[in-house]
Design a protein around this ligand. Structure first.
Ligand SMILES: Nc1ncnc2c1ncn2[C@@H]1O[C@H](COP(=O)(O)OP(=O)(O)OP(=O)(O)O)[C@@H](O)[C@H]1O
Ligand SMILES: [Zn+2]
Length: 708
């Protein structure tokens, strides 16, 4: 089974998708087809020896296809799709000529000449020749492949109009259709550019230090991991890396959507595509071209576009029934009244033609992808990476958000504040014991204890054996043949070592919003250690914004309930649940799912992966630089600003609103013209106008999201 990717420059519309599906389905060896209309890409899964037969089949149905070269490794794979896609001056010229001839024919007919005089017919034919040949050709292909599509309907309408002697009408129809198609191409182009704009080109070259110590300008693609790159003021950063020398402020908007410059000093991470504002610095490369955070984002956005959102599937199914039904209806209208009642054949044929034009579901079908892509692009611009149209569509349903405490609402970098000895031993020695046990743990509390022991200079730790982390509780280890535990209240209770004294101390610290843990030997508790984390600056505002949107907030934490409540009060959270083991967090999500239906869960994406996966939509915070978070979450917030969460929900609601407006508009306009056509009040060119007008309105409406 092989995968071949093709770039098809004239594949814009779902019309072409249907045509291609039909043709390739008939090709033996072809298995799976994945369309990305916005990128004009087709991925074919097949068992053929080469791509020849596929290319031939595509050419046969008038598709200009060529194989895409290793699309995945390119930073801007969509760029190659555009060459020659914008509407050329020549194409505009032809449309203008077609328009002039059509209007000439109408005027001539209107000023008294019969609609079938040679001059009118000549002008109409000229108009059709300049504006209509592509449509007629596509209509012919559709007929040959038995595909009902807009081109087929238009061709029938035009040929039908000529057959019943409505020459000027035929010309105007073809001209309007050609004009609208060009405009539609331009609109889609704008949606495409929006995505590309966010891919803000990374520089092609990088200034790299050679072994000799000299600086040399190398192609960015040739730079290896671990090499040192220099960035001057005002330059874009070519690759991801860690700053090794110098300092500067970097505008990270292309990644995080936040344009306030971020200070960078040695040890800090920098990202490809971001802009170095002031100073010069050097960094060690941590991701090669094609593997940078920006490249991951671009890939994720492209894949998101390729997936079908639920409303799109619905519309596709709808169109599959709707178009044939209308064609059947048109046939009945053309043939029925004249045959049954002897009504004038010409009148009813005309009505049927109008019906056929109205039948095109193009507006309906095109509106969804444009809207979704605009929404995805708008989100990405704000540093919100949405991993599929589904999540953008479903975000509006979120009624409750579960938030992790440590690292999400707080900075997750706690500092030790208290050591309270319970045994007759020097506090310093007790801290050394606790730090020795915790030195093998990666828990933030453990890191705070170890950091407190070391202080400003490194101090010796005791030899530790048999270290073991105890999930949701703490850790244990053997030191000098004694077994020591460091952990929370639950742990000391389970060990049977808790005392009223311990509880009193724990309670006092917890009420201050601190996390308190106990160091215990095999026989007794030795000391209580207090650790304080700080609340993130934007947390309270983000919670306020969520509540303003009518979304309930729930905090889930493994920390004790008193501390949880203290932090929850500081940020304004309604419901704080403490003492949760990882499996309790999953149960809490299930409970919320049962009560509210759609649940969002925010975490750092690494420790909380199971809960994030269980929630309807999982949000990973601070995703820049952590590929796992970008890959696993449904929505990745590129920095630590929790306000991106209400922003996402608001954007999702606006997207849903636009989708609804578009479907109503498209169907409404059709309905009106259907009624007019039946009443004999709608002319052919009005029908074309209505159809393409509807398409243009919904596309423009969808593009509006880009400005939010
Ligand atoms: N290595 C450790 N050293 C000391 N205490 C620990 C250690 N690991 C866990 N604990 C204690 O157990 C508690 C629960 O830990 P757990 O990892 O389940 O939650 P958490 O990560 O602290 O909180 P959150 O759920 O908000 O992220 C911690 O709050 C801490 O008091
Ligand atoms: Zn107790």
């Amino acid at each position: 089974m092989k995968q071949s990717v093709f770039v098809i420059t004239n594949m814009d519309c779902p019309t072409e998708e249907a045509l291609i599906r039909k043709r390739l389905a008939a090709l033996p060896g072809v298995d799976a087809l994945t369309f990305n209309l916005m990128e004009r890409r087709l991925t074919v899964g097949h068992a053929l020896p080469d791509e020849r037969p596929i290319l031939d089949a595509l050419r046969e149905i008038g598709m200009q296809a060529r194989p895409a070269q290793q699309a995945r490794s390119e930073t801007c794979s969509s760029c190659e799709a555009d060459r020659g896609s914008a509407v050329s001056a020549g194409a505009w010229g032809l449309v203008a000529a077609s328009g002039a001839a059509a209007i000439g024919a109408e005027l001539l007919a209107w000023t008294g000449a019969s609609e079938t005089t040679p001059a009118v017919i000549a002008l109409a034919l000229l108009s059709i020749a300049t504006g209509g040949l592509p449509t007629l050709r596509k209509g012919w292909i559709a007929l040959r492949t038995f595909t009902l599509n807009i081109n087929f309907l238009m061709s029938i309408a035009v040929i039908g109009a000529m057959a019943i002697g409505e020459w000027p009408e035929a010309a105007v129809v073809i001209f309007l259709f050609a004009l609208a198609e060009r405009i539609e191409t331009l609109s889609l182009e704008r949606a495409r550019n929006a995505i590309r704009g966010l891919m803000a080109m990374t520089p092609d070259t990088a200034s790299v230090r050679l072994a000799s110590g000299e600086w040399h300008e190398l192609a960015a693609a040739e730079v290896q991991l671990g090499q040192t790159v220099r960035v001057r003021p005002g330059e874009r950063i070519p690759l991801d890396g860690d700053v090794t020398a110098g300092a500067s402020a970097v505008n990270q908007a292309p990644i995080t959507g936040e344009s306030i410059p971020v200070e960078k000093a040695p040890g800090d991470a920098v990202f490809a595509g971001t802009v170095n504002e002031r100073g010069a610095f050097e960094f060690r490369v941590t991701a090669i071209k094609g593997d940078t955070t920006l490249a991951h984002i671009i890939r994720a956005v492209q894949e998101a576009q390729g997936q079908r959102a639920p409303s799109q599937c619905f519309i596709d199914r709808f169109a599959r029934v709707y178009t044939p039904a209308v064609v059947l209806l048109a046939v009945l209208i053309a043939a029925g009244p004249p045959l049954v009642f002897g009504a004038p054949f010409q009148d009813w044929s005309y009505k049927a033609l109008v019906m056929l034009v109205i039948a095109c579901p193009c507006a309906l079908v095109i509106s969804t992808p444009v809207t979704i892509v605009s929404g995805l692009a708008a989100a990405a611009r704000h540093g919100i990476l949405v991993k599929g149209g589904v999540h953008l569509e479903n975000g509006r349903l979120i009624r409750v958000v579960a938030l992790d405490k440590t690292g999400t609402l707080t900075h997750g970098r706690p500092v030790m504040t208290d050591v309270i000895a319970l045994a007759e031993r020097p506090a310093d020695g007790l801290l050394q014991l606790a730090a020795s046990v915790d030195t093998h743990s990666e828990h933030p509390v453990a890191e705070a204890i170890v950091a407190a022991w070391h202080g400003s200079e490194r101090r010796p730790l005791l030899d530790v054996t048999a270290f073991e982390a105890l999930a949701g509780r703490g850790a244990k280890a053997t030191i000098d043949r004694g077994l020591y535990h460091v952990g929370n209240h639950r742990l000391v209770e389970e060990l049977g070592l808790c005392t009223p004294r311990v509880e009193a101390v724990l309670e006092r610290l917890e009420r201050e919003g601190k996390t308190a843990v106990v160091l215990a030997s095999e026989r007794e508790p030795l000391c209580v250690l207090g650790v304080a984390d700080t609340v993130r600056g934007h947390s309270a505002e983000a919670i306020r914004e969520l509540h303003a949107l009518g979304v309930v907030s729930v905090m889930l934490t493994g920390d004790n309930p008193t501390t949880a409540r203290a932090i929850a009060d500081a940020v304004g959270i309604d419901d704080a649940r403490g003492n949760l083991l990882p499996e309790d967090k999953l149960a809490a999500i299930d409970d919320l799912l049962a009560r509210y239906g759609t649940v969002g869960m925010v975490g750092d994406g690494i420790n909380d992966a199971p809960a994030l996966a269980r929630a309807s939509i999982g949000f990973a915070m601070g995703a820049a630089g952590t590929d796992t978070a970008i890959e696993t979450a449904d929505v990745a917030l590129m920095d630590d600003d929790l306000r991106k969460l209400p922003r996402f929900i608001a954007l999702s609601r606006r997207t849903a609103q636009v989708l609804r407006q578009n479907i109503t508009l498209a169907l409404g306009i059709k309905a009106v013209f259907f009624a007019l056509a039946l009443a004999g009040q709608a002319t052919l060119w009005m029908a074309v106008f209505a159809d393409m007008g509807a398409s243009l309105i919904v596309v423009a409406n969808g593009l509006r999201l880009l400005r939010t």
